[in-house]
Design a protein around this ligand. Structure first.
Ligand code: NAD
Length: 260
């Protein structure tokens, strides 16, 4: 019996088989969970459907996190299929490429607001809609993905760093709101992984290359590493943990570069 046998929930953010959400989906499935997936637009639908089917997905629905009607429709469908959710995985972020290069000082109002809406507010919008659809119950675990650029300046991360800071604060506020009902909200702060989203960040390849030399574990982080940590957050093993930002980054955040 897996750690998540009999548990069911939604995973938002699979774009392809390099996605962190896909690493999470595989790990949750391995532990016996039943999964529902979402996609944005027809192009990604073609990628997501076969992946989801390979894990015996119970639902595969469109959901643009900026579209309240699509969010509501997703929750209605989820209610019909699952009745309730034991976990909700939010692995969504977006900023225009021109905001992920050069000085933060040059951030545009429109670019800032878009990064904030997709990458930070979407968590609150989804949790709110799931609650309105009565999907959240005693024991539900909500998990999002963040990055260290929320805490320290990482070149070119810019508006996304500010959005991740807002996302991390949202985790704490949501944890406080939902904690009395034993609904937990946490985030995994992952080390750099080569994904579609990461490819939009100027200099990401170099940052990724240098990472393993500086991280205490002297290696890169994989989507399997993040998936395994997600199993902990979605299971009873983390029953006493909420409002937490948990690093899965080979220890990178605890060291100062240039020591040797
Ligand atoms: P990815 O490109 O595989 O996933 C990003 C997902 O966001 C895609 O599935 C995309 O469809 C979705 N998305 C974008 N706009 C959306 C919208 N309006 N509505 C709904 N979904 C939308 O890349 P990833 O690296 O797996 O990203 C997943 C999460 O992990 C993101 O929050 C990202 O910031 C975070 N993260 C990534 C890294 C990294 O190095 N790759 C590190 C730490 C945190």
């Amino acid at each position: 019996m897996g750690l998540l046998s009999g548990k069911k929930g939604l995973i938002l953010g699979v774009a392809n088989d390099h996605s962190i959400a896909w690493g999470i989906a595989q790990a949750l499935h391995r532990e016996g969970a039943e999964l529902g997936f979402t996609y944005v637009g027809e192009m990604l639908e073609r990628r997501v459907r076969p992946l989801a089917a390979s894990l015996d997905a119970k639902l595969i629905e469109p959901c643009d996190a900026n579209n309240d009607a699509e969010i509501a429709a997703l929750m209605t469908k989820t209610r019909a299929v699952f009745g309730q959710v034991d976990f909700l995985i939010h692995a969504i972020a977006y900023a225009n490429k021109n905001e992920l290069q050069g000085a933060y000082l040059n951030t545009t109002r429109a670019g800032f607001l878009l990064a904030m809406e997709v990458s930070a507010y979407s968590l609150t919008a989804l949790v709110k809609a799931a609650d309105e659809a009565e999907l959240l119950v005693d024991g539900t675990s909500i998990l999002t993905l963040t990055y260290h650029g929320a805490q320290q300046v990482i070149p070119n991360y810019n508006a996304m760093g500010v959005a991740k800071a807002a996302l991390e604060a949202s985790v704490r506020y949501l944890a406080a709101d939902l904690g009395p009902r034993n609904i937990r909200v946490n985030a995994i702060s992952a080390g750099p992984i080569r994904t579609l989203a990461a490819s939009g960040i100027t200099g990401f390849r170099a940052l990724h290359k240098q990472f393993a030399d500086a991280a205490p574990l002297r290696r890169h982080i994989t989507i399997e590493d993040v998936g395994n940590a997600a199993v902990y957050f979605c299971s009873h093993l983390s029953g006493g943990v909420t409002g937490e930002i948990s690093y899965v980054d080979a220890g990178f955040n605890v060291v100062v570069a240039g020591g040797e």
